[in-house]
Design a protein around this ligand. Structure first.
Ligand code: HAM
Length: 472
């Protein structure tokens, strides 16, 4: 009985590695999603939404069965019909499926799409790494020209620049599947005599996925990787030519980049150009108490995984010229990238980068008494329809608490209706800056407010759109 009681009392808790997005963070999310949508529109990308659940085989075939994502990180289960399905761990596989399934190969090429939404990886949670996280991604299917590679990197680079986030663009080419086969042999040869110095995961990688030996975060493995053969020396003529042209385009766009021969990416579908965006090192001052607590908790549990200096990229991508064909479509070159939104927001906050926030409301509608409340409820709707940016607190009875709300919301004016105003057909306007109150005819309120707000530079009331994008 006692045990039952204690059980009842336990409050439900969020799953590990998951995160609630609270109202105070809304401005970061709306800022980023608006920027992404604007960017997509400018460069001619159409929005695509694919389901969060897909057949498991889609990811196994595309991402690769020996990758960490498929082997250890997928949320996979049988549905009620007995089919094995998985929560999507990334977006590219679904885009390729949709491209083939909807016959997009018959549309004018290239097909350019973008997405923004949640993805799921049963990874070890730590700072900036979650089990449910959001990505926005851009994909171009049906075009092999190197200018596309450079332009895609530029889009992402400019995005970070415009936000004010210093990043370093890491670039590499991993060539064609043939190149990689030859290169992997050379890698295994190199590591054979050094196997004892490798971590346990890398020992397994030697047979399963040798290229992942290069980006292991263990210090000893990193040291060994420094002298490992470099893929750039194995590129065939075509891949080499392609890569040189990509770099030339980046140079002419004056986009700084670092050639990183150890950048291999963690998903099997890549070929040719690969790239990542790393945040420039930054020592955060004091993070919020809550965040600190959360990070401390995660670090305690995942001590082995939370190594200082381990690189967490903000975004990454590359060519996947063979994936459409591998999934049953015709030969279709393609390229794309995705960025992690939580990581982006974390960097923005750590660096105290200002993001626009929604405009404070201009007018608070306050009421005293039931009749006034009814009248104000209608007035609020009318003002909102007319494009005024209004606030209210109709469940409150006292004027004092409503004025507190009005102050908190930093309105310019409060309009008040009480018993007297109901009888007289008037309304009181209080200028919140100087406290001066004036009674006006209720029917003249809207033109009067428009006039007053114009003095504050609030424009376009009837044309709407006076309520966004004010800097902090
Ligand atoms: P990815 O490198 O696996 O690539 O993920 C892209 C970004 O998603 C990462 O750089 C990171 O910011 C974010 N991310 C990944 N895992 C987590 C996590 N557990 N928690 C928080 N953020 C995370 C892909 O997903 C490819 N589909 C990108 C692509 C598109 N390649 C071609 N087209």
């Amino acid at each position: 009985m006692a045990e039952a009681k204690t059980k009842q009392k336990k409050t439900p808790q969020i799953l590990r590695g998951m995160k609630d997005i609270l109202p105070e963070d809304e401005r970061y999310w709306s800022y980023i999603s608006k920027k992404v949508a604007d960017m997509a529109h400018t460069y001619g990308y159409g929005r695509i939404e694919t389901p969060h659940l897909e057949p498991t085989s889609l990811f196994v075939r595309s991402i690769g069965k020996d990758t960490d994502v498929v082997e250890k990180e997928m949320y996979t289960f049988d549905d009620r019909g007995g089919e094995s399905i998985s929560l999507r761990p990334e977006g590219t596989a679904s885009i390729v499926r949709a491209y083939i399934e909807h016959g997009m190969l018959n549309r004018p090429q290239p097909v350019k799409v973008y997405y923004f939404g949640p993805f799921f990886r049963y990874d070890r949670p730590q700072s900036g790494r979650y089990r449910q996280f959001n990505q926005f991604g851009f994909e171009v299917l049906g075009e092999a020209h190197p200018v596309i590679d450079a332009q895609l990197m530029m889009i992402c680079y400019n995005f970070f620049q415009e936000i004010g986030l210093p990043i370093s663009l890491q670039v590499n080419s991993i060539g064609s599947p043939d190149t990689r086969e030859e290169y992997q042999k050379a890698l295994v040869d190199y590591y054979k005599s050094r196997k004892n110095s490798l971590c346990e995961d890398c020992k397994k990688r030697m047979t399963k996925n040798p290229m992942r030996l290069l980006d292991c975060k263990e210090q000893d493995c990193q040291l060994l990787a420094q002298d490992a053969p470099q893929i750039i020396d194995f590129l065939d003529e075509e891949s080499n030519q392609h890569f040189v042209q990509v770099l030339e385009h980046l140079d002419s766009l004056e986009i700084p980049y670092t050639l990183n021969s150890r950048l291999v990416r963690g998903l099997d579908y890549y070929s040719g150009t690969v790239f990542e965006f790393w945040p420039e090192p930054f020592t955060a001052p004091d993070t919020g108490e809550e965040e600190k607590k959360e990070e401390a908790e995660n670090d305690k549990e995942d001590n082995d995984n939370a190594k200082p200096g381990s690189q967490s990229s903000l975004g990454g991508g590359g060519r996947y010229d063979y994936l459409v064909e591998m999934m049953g479509g015709p030969e279709t070159p393609a390229i794309g990238f995705a960025c992690g939104v939580e990581r982006l927001i974390k960097e923005i906050k750590n660096r105290d980068i200002k993001v626009p926030k929604r405009h404070d409301p201009d007018i608070f509608v306050a009421q005293l008494g039931d009749q006034a409340r009814k009248k104000c409820l209608k007035l609020f709707e009318e003002m909102r329809r007319q494009g005024f940016n209004v606030a209210e607190s109709f469940s409150k009875d006292g004027l004092k608490s409503q004025m507190e709300q009005a102050n908190k919301r930093r309105v310019k004016f409060t309009v008040i209706i009480g018993q007297k105003e109901i009888m007289d057909g008037t309304i009181l306007i209080r200028d919140m800056e100087n406290g001066i109150q004036e009674t006006v005819d209720f029917n003249k309120l809207l033109p009067e407010m428009k006039k007053r707000l114009e003095k504050y530079g609030v424009k376009e009331i009837n044309g709407k759109n006076n309520n966004h994008n004010q800097e902090n």
